[in-house]
Ligand binder design. Structure first.
Ligand SMILES: NC(=O)c1ccc[n+]([C@@H]2O[C@H](COP(=O)([O-])OP(=O)(O)OC[C@H]3O[C@@H](n4cnc5c(N)ncnc54)[C@H](O)[C@@H]3O)[C@@H](O)[C@H]2O)c1
Length: 357
């Protein structure tokens, strides 16, 4: 449960009910019913796949972006340039999920013609868990790739200035009879939210997660919260984060690093950048062969020998696929904090908090 902010309660909610409540909150904030559905379903899907840090926990923050934060509830993304497989999209300061859904759809449609399509996006906002968008390419028999710029939380390797974002990257390959292989990872060793959870519990964070403000390794949560997140893989992780941030912003003209804002003031509305790529597999190799080989790779990983015989080995994305099945059957467990956040968002929009029951 690496990605869960707290197991205080085990109250469970059917995904369809959760989605309906969240959709109504965003519709009440002025979004069209299609756009409100897009965002509700993407947040609930993240929860259902165990990515709680990017699920309905975000409802209050997203509602604030829409009501007082300057994001346009009625923003309409559009293609601003189109040359072969190279497309540029302006998100019109819509919610990032609305922009991401549009841009990935453009990438898939264009890749049917040109076989490779790269969509550079500007004018967007936080777009949630990236895997949702690349999985759409995989469901069309394509490889999907995506990245986004994020607020700076890290320093260059050996440095102390907070100028590099965790700029996550996601890639999905369609499977045959097995779930797609989908990697979705940020290049920070942890997320800010996870440090906050340790702080609330009065526990030291593991070594390797954070530096203090002077760039020294720390396990103290207070020092970590005012300090820096450590990158994964030392200089290599920072290098990947820098390159992903550049790919997400330089080709589209979006804001890179500190141009986007900081962790105190937040992101400037409509300044975020992403990229989405679709590769039409059948243009390279027979699709069924690639699907079968992806399944073979997945099974080879699962059948390889663990160090500890009690440990199960997973290919990227399989844990999430298992949560999706489990929580689809038993309901999604939400923490007290997340439940109260959704209820108070509902109340703010004139709905009874008990709408989430
Ligand atoms: N939109 C944004 O601005 C933004 C910014 C940062 C992060 N994010 C999102 O945050 C989410 C969480 O990122 P993260 O880096 O904390 O992810 P994570 O560390 O939880 O998982 C990273 C990857 O590792 C795989 N994995 C996890 N445990 C595994 C195991 N035991 N064995 C094998 N594989 C395993 C997962 O399938 C996943 O693909 C992602 O969805 C990311 O897109 C978004």
């Amino acid at each position: 449960m690496a990605n869960y902010p707290g197991w205080e309660t085990e109250r469970r909610f059917a995904p369809s009910h959760l989605s309906k409540v969240v959709r109504e909150i965003f519709a009440a904030a002025g979004m069209s019913s299609d756009d409100a559905s897009e965002i509700a379903e993407s947040l609930v899907a993240a929860d259902q796949r165990g990515i709680f840090s990017h699920g309905t926990l975000r409802v209050p923050e997203y509602l604030e972006k829409l009501t007082v934060g300057g994001v346009n509830p009625r923003g309409r993304p559009r293609v601003t340039s189109s040359v072969g497989g190279a497309l540029s999209v302006d998100g019109d300061n819509a919610m990032g999920q609305v922009v991401a859904a549009f841009a990935m759809r453009m990438a898939i449609e264009r890749a049917r013609e040109t076989k490779v399509a790269f969509v550079a996006v500007r004018g967007s906002n936080h777009c949630g868990a990236l895997e949702r968008w690349v999985l759409r390419a995989a469901s069309e028999g394509m490889v999907g790739l995506a990245s986004t710029n994020a607020l700076p939380t890290m320093a260059p390797w050996g440095g102390r200035d907070k100028i590099v974002g965790m700029n996550p990257f996601s890639a999905a390959f369609p499977g045959g009879s097995d779930p797609p292989i989908v990697l979705d990872m940020a290049f920070g060793a942890t997320a800010h939210g996870k440090i906050r959870v340790y702080h609330q519990k009065g526990r030291a964070i593991p070594e390797g997660w954070a530096f203090d403000a002077e760039g020294q390794p720390t396990t103290d949560t207070a020092a970590a919260m005012t300090g820096l997140i450590q990158p994964v893989g030392q200089h290599k992780g920072i290098g990947l984060a820098i390159v992903m941030g550049m790919l997400s912003t330089l080709l589209s003209g979006a804001s890179y690093g500190t141009e986007l804002g900081d962790m105190v003031a937040g992101a400037k509305p409509g300044h975020d950048g992403h990229f989405f790529v679709a590769l039409d597999i059948a243009a390279f190799q027979p699709l069924e062969e690639v699907r079968a080989r992806a399944d073979k790779i997945s099974r080879e990983i699962q059948q390889s020998r663990p160090v500890d015989p009690a440990t199960r080995l997973y290919p990227p994305g399989l844990l999430e696929a298992e949560f999706e099945r489990l929580y689809g059957r038993d309901g999604i467990p939400l923490s007290d904090g997340t439940i109260e956040g959704i209820r108070s968002a509902a109340r703010k929009m004139g709905m009874p908090g008990e709408v989430l029951a």
